[in-house]
Design a protein around this ligand. Structure first.
Ligand code: F3S
Length: 281
């Protein structure tokens, strides 16, 4: 049985940056460090961070922190309001927002200040989208698949959640183009890392008999990789780590090649474990 790894699998630049920053910050302050929400959607990495005295905390628990405590903003970023709230409380705030997300926040803030209606393609419940919306006073129209309930006009600025699918972006632009505007600014802010990993899983899943997508069950980019792979390869599974694999998953199937890919929050060590197990079958 041949196991093939997708060209772009695992930690993206922004996630790697946030994890490295957390470890660096812990070493610098040498005390308990907090992250606002789990740093990434991967329980193995969360455990690894806890072993290094780095703990996730919810916004509702920030009140229990003391002046001088250190809190790190994860790669998804936060709204301006949350940022101000943390600094006003006297916390040491380390901003590990992915620079690509910061770029979206800046655009949204700038164009909203210039009177543009902001449109975000993305999941309204995802922290990244909630954060971005917070840079235009929570006034954005959020579309999850490019469809709109209302007709837009005037000045409009549209951006995307970094992990969106290109087909949703195309649909958003097509639907917006039906109307006429004083000005329509569109910024395809889908992250290149996302696009590359989606392209490589698309290619790989066409050639293999079985696909394994590794990543957190709550990770939006891993779920999208799974959806793309599943379209090309019926035998696609989504697992969080190597412990979820048993030989049974290959039972009664004529499998000669297995493809492996992983979401942006999956560390190398988990990908290697999965590959080793699959190669052992
Ligand atoms: Fe940043 Fe792209 Fe990763 S936006 S967090 S590098 S998926």
């Amino acid at each position: 049985m041949k196991v093939l790894l997708a060209e772009n699998a695992g930690f993206c630049f922004g996630v790697k940056l946030a994890v490295d920053e957390a470890i660096k910050t812990q070493n610098k302050y040498n005390k308990k460090i907090y992250t606002l929400g789990p740093l990434i959607h991967n329980s193995d990495v969360v455990n690894y961070l806890e072993e290094n005295n780095i703990y996730a905390i919810d916004i509702t628990d920030v009140d229990t922190l003391n002046e001088g405590d250190v809190i790190l903003i994860r790669s998804h970023g936060v709204s301006k309001k949350v940022f101000d709230y943390l600094t006003d409380k006297g916390l040491i705030v380390i901003n590990a927002t992915c620079p690509f997300v910061t770029n979206i926040q800046k655009k949204v803030n700038k164009f909203s200040n210039e009177g543009y209606k902001i449109v975000i393609l993305g999941d309204e419940n995802h922290p990244e989208v909630i954060g971005i919306n917070g840079w235009c006073n929570d006034s954005a129209i959020i579309t999850k698949d490019g469809s709109f309930n209302e007709k837009l006009s005037g000045k409009v600025c549209v951006v995307s959640q970094t992990t969106e699918k290109e087909e949703n972006w195309d649909k958003t632009i097509n639907n917006l183009s039906i109307n006429t505007y004083d000005d329509l600014k569109s910024f395809n802010t889908i992250c290149a890392a996302t696009e590359e990993s989606q392209k490589s899983v698309y290619e790989l899943s066409k050639k293999v008999d079985f696909m394994v997508v590794v990543g957190g069950k709550h990770s939006s980019n891993t779920t999208k990789l799974y959806e793309i792979a599943k379209k090309n390869c019926e035998n696609t599974i989504h697992i969080e780590n190597a412990k979820e694999i048993s030989k049974d998953i290959l039972k009664d199937k004529d499998i000669k090649t297995i493809g492996v890919t992983a979401g942006a929050s999956t560390p190398d060590w988990i990908i290697k474990e999965v590959i080793n197990i699959m190669e052992g079958f």
